[in-house]
Design a protein around this ligand. Structure first.
Ligand SMILES: N[C@@H](CCC(=O)N[C@@H](CS)C(=O)NCC(=O)O)C(=O)O
Length: 217
């Protein structure tokens, strides 16, 4: 049995959780906060979530986790059978995570958690995000699903990452860096799927729990 560790407000956690639900794979959830405890670093060397517990082993990095799941449980595939089409799906995920989410993440402390980001960081991040948002159009299809006509693991990632990028840039710059893309309609469309709806509903509850947990720290 797979145990998915992390918390429900995390976009990376939700990427993996929705993939497991879409594939109809049995799994357990274990609440793990990014509390910088020795116990956490023991299981996740950078103190990040999500990670899997698989017997007495752990596995980190959401994309590695999804690829492991895909290899072990081929049912309800989340990548096309054609290797190049499958690589395109992973290319899109990597673009979103490395070149949009990870860049925008520098804004999250002020956008979502009451922190402060320096003006220098804001200017640098905005410049990079503008360039990357333009390039995103070369990868994203939004042809019903983000990688084309079929639901894939790219939707599991995009559904939870893109709104964070939009909301963070709106909060910091007063404009959504992804405004040229139909992110809102796309996410609404995805939320018609029971697995997406469940994860998103639990995300909202998880966001309240996260604020409570970290406000006590
Ligand atoms: N590349 C990692 C990113 C995971 C990540 O950044 N998770 C956040 C929560 S959404 C985290 O653990 N942050 C705590 C920290 O960086 O200390 C993955 O794909 O799993």
């Amino acid at each position: 049995m797979l145990t998915l560790c992390g918390f429900a407000a995390s976009n990376y956690y939700n990427k993996v959780k929705v993939a497991l639900l879409e594939k109809a794979i049995p799994f357990e959830e274990k609440l793990v906060w990014t509390d910088r405890s020795p116990a956490l670093y023991e299981k996740s060397p950078l103190g990040k979530v999500p990670f899997f517990e698989i017997g007495d082993q752990t596995l980190c990095e959401s994309q590695v986790m999804l690829d492991y799941v895909e290899a072990v449980y081929p049912q309800n595939p989340l990548v096309p059978a054609d290797p190049l089409a499958a690589a395109r799906v992973r290319e899109l995920i990597q673009f979103i995570e490395l070149h949009l989410e990870l860049v925008a993440r520098e804004l999250f402390s002020e956008a979502f958690f009451g922190g402060k980001v320096s003006d220098e960081t804001k200017t640098r991040v905005q410049k990079v995000l503008k360039r990357h948002a333009k390039a995103f159009g070369r990868f994203a299809r939004f042809d019903r699903y983000i990688a084309g006509a079929e639901f894939t693991m790219a939707d599991c990632a995009a559904a939870f990452h893109l709104p964070m990028v939009s909301q963070a840039t709106k909060a910091i710059y007063g404009e959504d860096i992804l405004a040229d893309y139909p992110v809102r309609d796309y996410v609404q469309f995805l939320l018609e799927r029971p697995a997406m709806k469940k994860v998103n509903d639990e995300r909202k509850i998880g966001a309240v729990a996260m604020v409570e947990f970290f406000s006590k720290k």
